[in-house]
Design a protein around this ligand. Structure first.
Ligand SMILES: [Zn+2]
Length: 103
């Protein structure tokens, strides 16, 4: 599992340029069998309505953990907002957990 060092991400509304913090939450983890074991895809999502212009801003971040306990890469997709903070491999901590058979 991975966790944000700080899950409040600074964004700028594309509509009115106002700055906000979007709070990200973990919405699920998928896994896929690969040559070095499972690859875990941890998906995080944040949504916020701009308090200035009411535009709905969204940020989706997928963290690819592969091999286990190594962050391979981080993929961001934003909607109606510009991400001001760097969201990359250094933005996350690896949480060492034993993955059960259900994961
Ligand atoms: Zn706005």
């Amino acid at each position: 599992m991975v966790e944000y060092k700080n899950n409040k991400i600074r964004v700028r509304c594309l509509e009115c340029r106002e700055e906000h913090f979007i709070e990200m939450e973990h919405i699920g983890t998928d896994k896929e069998q690969r040559s070095l074991g499972f690859e875990y895809e941890h998906t995080f999502r944040g949504e916020l309505k701009c308090s200035h212009c009411m535009e709905k801003m969204r940020l989706l971040t997928i963290v690819y953990e592969y091999p286990k306990e190594i962050i391979n890469y981080v993929d961001n997709s934003d909607e109606s907002c510009l991400v001001m903070d760097d969201v990359n491999n250094d933005s996350f901590d690896i949480i060492k957990v034993k993955y059960g058979s259900k994961n």
